[in-house]
Write a protein that binds this ligand. Sequence first.
Ligand code: SAM
Length: 284
Amino acid sequence: MNLSNPSELKALIGRHGFSFSKSLGQNFLIDENVLNKITESARLNSNEYVLEIGPGAGTLTRRLALTGAKCVAVEIDKALVPILNESMAEFDNFKLINNDILKVDIKKLCAEEFDGKPFHVAANLPYYITTPIVMKLLEDKIPVKSMTLMVQKEVAERMCASCGGKEYGALSVAVQYYSKPHIICKAEPHCFIPQPKVASSVVHLEVGETPSVTVNSEKKFFSVVKSAFGQRRKTLVNALSKSPYMSVTKEDVVQALSGMGLDENIRGEKLSLEQFALLSNKLG
Ligand code: SAM
């Protein structure tokens, strides 16, 4: 079975009377090259575990399972269950969970399915859940080793952006606090059935055992980051001192910035991850 062949994919879903749902972000990947790149980047073998989010008809899932890794896929759409039962029938290293990934207790899933061991995540993500699911996986102290994700091109660029540019924001800082992200490849709309309106990119996040920088309080660090980017056009001094997420005075921020050798008119987007960490430690 080769589901990257559009006729085979259409025949499979046609046998089950399946029709695509726009609201569930159902754009199925049919590009061999991109499918290979996702599978290679996930670096799987028979000793590894992988969680796939949104397997669709099983095109990527089959490739993940062929590596020998134990593969668990969480799919929200009940209509895809009989399709996946057919496309994944030959694999005994595969388990399907029919649920909304945002409602799944992933720590429990890891304990039950992966013996509590660190696992990889691979997904051609429905775009409407990209940020919540990525942040849930990063923030909840779940033992994720890496994530290889198809996301909207601009989101991939925001995840990987360095300070100073217009793509750099709270998502960049949060993703880079927990992981080292890099873009693997682009995927144009013609790589999918049906074609989405926007271009996509595959991004790989190598998740560290410890965060990339040391902070005294994660809560404080993320309040500083949220405040700095919540009011992008304000100087950092104004954004932090007027923030609903924290209570610091203008003088506190000016003093902390001057201790770091930074101008008091600087904006948040100019601060690197390391400087955000230092600033939040000074304000703590
Ligand atoms: N992996 C398949 C592929 O590459 O061809 C399908 C990818 S499609 C972009 C996204 C998939 O995620 C769909 O199968 C959709 O039903 C599923 N999905 C959407 N929202 C979900 C959610 N909250 N939890 C789990 N799966 C979801």
